[in-house]
Design a protein around this ligand. Structure first.
Ligand SMILES: [Fe+2]
Ligand SMILES: [Fe+2]
Length: 297
């Protein structure tokens, strides 16, 4: 797939999600190796090389509502990327093999790079620090998952595996696999499809491709452990169910900026997108896990 580019006037943000799905017979180390290699080769874009010149004009020409919405939308992404970059270290340390740790170290680097991109966008496009962001309550308890991973780092057994699947289900499953993925599609529908904001579209397309690797690994992990032990499968389901009400708040929300209420644009269609992806993830994890479990006895 070509690098996100606007040279032909077509921002290459993907129409659909680009999750790097794995073969059900691949081991987790094989998945991690393949995604690591791909990250080393193609995860080399530089946020500082994205040009916001055209975006600045588009931004100035947007109506006030859409301008405030875009800024709140991007601010929520900025906060989320920065938050995860800060707390993701334990995921790297807790992965069960060197190979999986290597892959997750590339994810850690990429989360910092994504935060870097939004920092530059606020500086060079919006010309201000982020103000109001769309609320994002799913992130609030993420650091606790990392603390639990560190507590169990020197242990072996089901408690550690339960903490591992909880952490991966929360981050790679719910936040990246459902919520962030819905966000790329919303950006495309509201802005990129109208040939607006080519620099932001290039950044979102690059981030989406990186995230495809992160979610691809996460889904492979969850599928593996769900098939291995029903207690782990139950815990994964519980995490998804716990966060469902919170992710439903993420889009479709009106925001208040400087006393002015801003409604989401009709093309957002956020809640429906979120539910579609939620159900898709359930099938990715349990559809194949159930099929594997029923043929392995
Ligand atoms: Fe990210
Ligand atoms: Fe990510």
């Amino acid at each position: 797939m070509p690098r996100g580019s606007v040279s032909d006037g077509q921002p290459r943000i993907q129409e659909d999600e680009v999750v790097d799905t794995s073969d059900v017979n691949e081991t987790l180390d094989e998945v991690a190796t393949r995604l690591w290699r791909r990250g080393v080769r193609s995860g080399t874009w530089d946020p500082a090389r994205i040009d916001f010149t055209v975006d600045r004009q588009h931004y100035a020409d947007l109506g006030e509502n859409l301008r405030l919405y875009l800024e709140a939308f991007a601010a929520a992404f900025f906060q989320a990327e920065e938050n995860v970059a800060k707390v993701f270290g334990p995921w790297v340390m807790a992965a069960p093999t060197f190979t999986q740790q290597a892959f997750l170290s590339s994810q850690l680097f990429e989360e910092f790079k994504h935060a870097d991109f939004f920092e530059l966008a606020f500086r060079d496009l919006f010309g201000r620090q982020p103000r109001r962001a769309l609320v994002n309550p799913v992130h609030d308890s993420l650091a606790d998952k990392g603390d639990r991973l560190l507590e169990l780092l020197e242990t072996e057994g089901v408690e550690r595996e339960l903490a591992w699947v909880e952490a991966v289900a929360h981050y790679q499953g719910v936040i990246e696999g459902v919520q962030a993925n819905a966000g790329y599609q919303i950006f495309r529908r509201v802005f990129a499809d109208k040939q607006l904001l080519p620099g932001l579209a290039e950044g979102y397309a690059n981030i989406q491709r990186d995230e495809g690797r992160h979610v691809g690994y996460g889904i492979a992990v969850l599928r593996h452990y769900a098939a291995k032990d029903p207690r782990l499968a139950t815990r994964i389901r519980e995490v998804f169910e716990e966060f469902l009400p919170l992710i439903q708040q993420r889009y479709g929300q009106s925001i208040v900026v400087d006393g002015k209420t801003v409604e989401p644009p009709p093309e957002e269609d956020g809640p429906a997108q979120l539910m579609k992806l939620y159900e898709r993830r359930m099938r990715d994890i349990f559809g194949r896990a159930i099929a594997t479990a029923s043929t392995s006895h």
